[in-house]
Design a protein around this ligand. Structure first.
Ligand SMILES: Nc1ncnc2c1ncn2[C@@H]1O[C@H](COP(=O)(O)OP(=O)(O)OP(=O)(O)O)[C@@H](O)[C@H]1O
Ligand SMILES: [Mg+2]
Length: 104
């Protein structure tokens, strides 16, 4: 199986006025070519945090991310992320929003 995405021991601590918030701890996940993966969990469990780290929009506190076998840090042109609100052109479908990247 060709590994598209590997997440190794990713943790994230946010600093807030109330102190440190451990949003995710030691998350491990591998996505193979052709797989469709859903991340499900209650509000606040860290889904958006994990996706933002994968997309390079948020700094991880520890751990490593590999895309197609290459270690990445920061934003990679190989991966994109449709946020759950605000940033979409709401009159377009998710797919046609994604296709904007390709000039459609
Ligand atoms: N910028 C931030 N600063 C401080 N704490 C944050 C920040 N972003 C998220 N958190 C905290 O990190 C934890 C995980 O939040 P996250 O938004 O990743 O959860 P989620 O699973 O996407 O929730 P939802 O289903 O409501 O979208 C929560 O405790 C949240 O309050
Ligand atoms: Mg979220």
């Amino acid at each position: 199986m060709e590994k598209i995405l590997q997440i190794k021991n990713i943790s994230k601590k946010y600093q807030s006025k109330e102190g440190e918030i451990l949003a995710i701890q030691n998350v491990n996940l591998t996505v193979n070519k052709g797989e469709f993966v859903s991340i499900i969990g209650p509000s606040g469990c860290g889904k958006s945090t994990l996706l933002s780290i994968i997309a390079g929009l948020e700094e991880k506190t520890s751990g490593e991310i590999y895309i197609e076998g290459e270690k990445v840090s920061g934003i990679s042109s190989k991966i994109g992320y449709m946020l759950q609100r605000d940033c979409l052109l709401e009159w377009r479908t998710i797919l046609s929003n994604i296709m904007l990247r390709f000039g459609n």
